[in-house]
Design a protein around this ligand. Structure first.
Ligand code: DGP
Length: 214
C-alpha cells in the first residue's frame, strides 16, 4: 500500500553459555552498542525473577525452597511463555531483544540431571518465538575455574557445569537453529566485537523474515 510504511521487525538475539562465560556483561555491552548506533533495543533475561513464577524459581535457585525436578523445569518454561506476548509486541514494533539465556539453558540444565532425556526437556518450549541468532559463549571448565569460585546457588558446581556444557554441545548440532559459537576466552572487547558483528547481520536479515517458532 503506498503511503503506509511497514515497520521492520526487531531481531530476537540470545546469548547462551555455561556459568561464568560472561553472558550478562556481553548482553549489556551489546545493548549499549546497538543503542548508540540508533537502533531500538531492549535487554531481557531468563529466568525473569520478578514475576510470580520467577519468584518461585528464584527461591529454588537460592536453595530457599526445594521443588521436584519436572515441576521446576515446567516453571522455567512457564516463565518464558508468560513473557511471549510482550516479546512479540516489542519485536513487531521494531525493537530488537537481546536475551540473557533462553530455552536452550532450560533444556541443558534439566537434561544434565539424571533421568531426563533431551526430547522430554524440549517439549514445553515448543512454539516459543525462535531466536534469529543464538550465540554460545564457549569457555572450557578449566578457564571458567580461573574466573573464580562458583557462587552459592543451585547448579553452581564444576561437575554439574561440565555436564551442562555437554548438553549444550548436543543442542548446537540442531541445524534449524542459527547457532554461532563465540570464543569467550578472548578479552572482553574481542568477544564484544564478534558478538556485535553477528548481531548486526542478524538484525538485517530478520527485518525481511517472519518470526519463527521453536
Ligand atoms: P542467572 O543466569 O545467573 O540468573 O542464573 C540462572 C540459573 O538457572 C543458572 O544456573 C542457569 C539456570 N537456568 C536458567 N534457565 C533454566 C531453565 O530453564 N531450567 C533450569 N533447570 N535451569 C535454568
Amino acid at each position: 500500500q503506498p503511503g503506509v510504511m511497514a515497520c521492520k521487525r526487531g531481531a530476537l538475539i540470545v546469548l547462551e553459555g555455561v556459568d561464568k562465560a560472561g553472558k550478562t556483561t556481553q548482553c549489556n555491552k551489546l545493548v549499549q552498542a546497538l543503542q548508540q548506533s540508533g537502533r531500538p533495543v531492549e535487554m531481557m533475561r531468563f529466568p525473569d525473577r520478578t514475576t510470580t513464577i520467577g519468584k518461585l524459581i528464584s527461591a529454588y535457585l537460592e536453595k530457599k525452597s526445594d521443588l521436584e525436578d519436572h515441576t521446576v523445569h515446567l516453571l522455567f518454561s512457564a516463565n518464558r511463555w508468560e513473557l511471549v506476548p510482550l516479546m512479540k509486541k516489542k519485536l513487531e514494533q521494531g525493537t530488537t531483544l537481546v536475551v540473557d539465556r533462553y530455552a536452550f539453558s532450560g533444556v541443558a540444565f534439566t537434561s544434565a540431571k539424571p533421568g531426563f532425556c533431551l526430547d522430554w526437556c524440549k517439549q514445553p518450549d515448543v512454539g516459543l518465538p525462535k531466536p534469529d541468532l543464538v550465540m554460545f559463549l564457549q569457555l572450557s571448565p578449566a578457564e571458567a575455574a580461573l574466573r573464580g569460585q562458583f557462587g552459592e546457588e543451585r547448579y553452581e558446581t564444576s561437575v554439574f557445569q561440565r555436564t551442562v556444557q555437554q548438553k549444550f554441545e548436543q543442542l548446537m548440532k540442531d541445524p534449524s537453529v542459527n547457532w554461532q559459537v563465540i570464543d569467550a576466552a578472548q578479552g572482553v572487547d574481542e568477544v564484544h566485537k564478534d558478538i556485535t558483528n553477528y548481531s548486526l547481520n542478524a538484525i538485517n536479515i530478520a527485518q525481511n523474515l517472519p518470526l519463527g517458532e521453536l
